[in-house]
Design a protein around this ligand. Sequence first.
Ligand code: NAD
Ligand code: MG
Length: 404
Amino acid sequence: MRIKNLSILGATGSIGASTLQLVRLQPEHYHVFALSGHQQVEALAKLCLEFSPNYAVVSDPVSAKRLSTLLQERHCATEVLAGSQALIDIATDPLVDCVMAAIVGAAGLAPTYAALKAGKCVLLANKEALVMAGDLMMQAVKDAKATLLPVDSEHNAIFQCLPVNFLAPRLFPALNLAHHAADFGVTKIILTASGGAFRDLALDQFATISPEAACQHPNWQMGKKITVDSATMMNKALEVIEAHYLFGLAAAEIEVLIHPQSIVHSLVVYTDGSLLAQLGEPDMRIPIANAMAWPKRMASGVNTLDLVQAGALSFKTIDPERYPAFSLGYDALRLGGTAPCILNAANESAVAAFLSNRISFNAIAKVAREALNTLPIQAARDFDTIIGTDNQTRAYVEQYLNTL
Ligand code: NAD
Ligand code: MG
């Protein structure tokens, strides 16, 4: 196998770190071509010294200067670039084979979309990009014959449980496999959800939840934003939308169940009564390794699940009183057009406000619902419409927060 050039967008985050752990296991198969790390200069410098990428990207000139100085002092030849165009450049460089899209939030959309338009193999962790611009992203995969591989653990599980001919036309059209959707007998998919940090907390305690408490996840080690999203279950709302775009399924074909053990990562239900599931330890190195090595497999360094140790596995339906944000994903799909983009932007703004102690935990779902119900929804025509909607929603939420 030829060595693959990999660009990691968001290398200093939780998904970025897991991706680099896998690169360490297979240095003969992957060359780290480029890394990005927003303003996390020290962490990025450390990674540059270890992996010697061709490029390192930060978000602003001040961070670039600091990073360049650190690298020069240690005789590291990595070239430092800054700004949003630099992220696009490292995602689309002709030398790049694979792009790990692991920036959190809307900031990841432009480079991820550009990578797809350039026909790259994109390993998608950044679900917000697909939620914002699902139709445009899927069209780009088709037009550029790109490859889109889901890293989100639930979607990667579904990906592993669906027949390759079902997936190919949408996710790797270059393979040109026959597609007879009706023949596959897929009745629905079931995404599993851990239930987040407050799955057992008394409902009357929700108003006083602190950012610190919301940033603790019982099963997964993740960045702050997605950990809060797991606690509100907005994460699952976004994942329903993500699944709709990735697998071409209608809202009615996507179900969600709470599975507190996070062992069964999701399931596909077939018409003959078969349920296919993917199981494993709750460790993102498994889905990342699956996407990195696809269509082959690689060792991930994660222990194989011990079924006896894992014990009983339980499943239950979602209590809408506990998780008012959850149904907003279905609402946004039903509304269509730019509604998912509005939901995503409102949630990002609300989570940031919660993390800086401006609003309560309960207000997050309220803000997202208010934006979805109030703002005009348009056809998701082009990239400018998406960016315009994102900006308009953030401005609206900023005003609305002052009224709370
Ligand atoms: P994180 O907060 O740990 O890391 C985010 C990365 O994005 C960092 O490298 C940070 O420097 C960079 N970044 C942040 N803001 C930026 C900006 N404005 N411009 C450019 N770069 C910026 O987040 P994470 O947990 O690694 O999650 C990354 C993405 O993967 C998210 O979309 C998340 O939903 C998704 N995801 C994560 C997990 C997980 O287990 N962590 C699981 C499934 C999906
Ligand atoms: Mg997930």
